[in-house]
Design a binder for this molecule. Structure first.
Ligand code: ADP
Length: 160
């Protein structure tokens, strides 16, 4: 079974991400979660915070992965460094497709030996995103159905 990297911002991790991780864990023998450090993209949490929150959410949900890392630079370089044959991404209701398609084709040009694999979101999470969670929490809403408790606590700390 191939080894995979699931990259993303995870700012913060949601049940949508966790669902993809759990399902990818059944397909791949070894799964690394890669948290992107992108100085051009503004995030609520720092890479170190996102790593810690992700690890704690995985622990709380009893989902095991090989490890959680942070990385900067080209995604394919990270995949090669950790000897990954596959990159896992999630696809939600229509909005993700164009971007993911473009990124997968670019990555294939850069590293033809690495295959991008897409897992379809579960219906209940098809409209769930980290941005929506942050928006709801900032406006004082309950995000308990979208993220584990630890994530909700960290969001509360940021917005207080
Ligand atoms: P990025 O900035 O790289 O898109 P995200 O953390 O927003 O980082 O997303 C990481 C990956 O997880 C992407 O492939 C995204 O489509 C997927 N994803 C995010 N939310 C969901 C969800 N609710 N259901 C399925 N996949 C999701």
């Amino acid at each position: 079974m191939p080894k995979a990297l699931y990259p993303g911002s995870f700012d913060p991790i949601t049940y949508g991400h966790l669902d993809i991780i759990e399902r990818a864990g059944k397909i791949f023998e070894d799964l690394i979660i890669g948290i992107v450090e992108n100085p051009r993209k503004e995030t609520l949490f720092t890479p170190t915070e996102r790593k810690e929150i992700t690890e704690r959410a995985l622990e709380a949900e009893e989902i095991s992965v090989s490890k959680v890392i942070t990385f900067s630079g080209l995604l394919v370089n990270c995949a090669e460094k950790y000897e990954r044959e596959s990159i896992v991404r999630g696809l939600r209701a229509n909005s993700d497709f164009e971007y993911e398609f473009q990124m997968a084709l670019t990555n294939r040009d850069l590293a033809p030996e690495i295959e991008s694999v897409f897992l379809m979101t579960s219906g209940e999470y098809s409209f769930l995103s980290s941005s929506i969670v942050k928006e709801v929490k900032e406006l004082g809403g309950d995000v308990g159905t979208f993220v584990p408790e630890i994530v909700e606590e960290k969001l509360a700390e940021k917005f207080n």
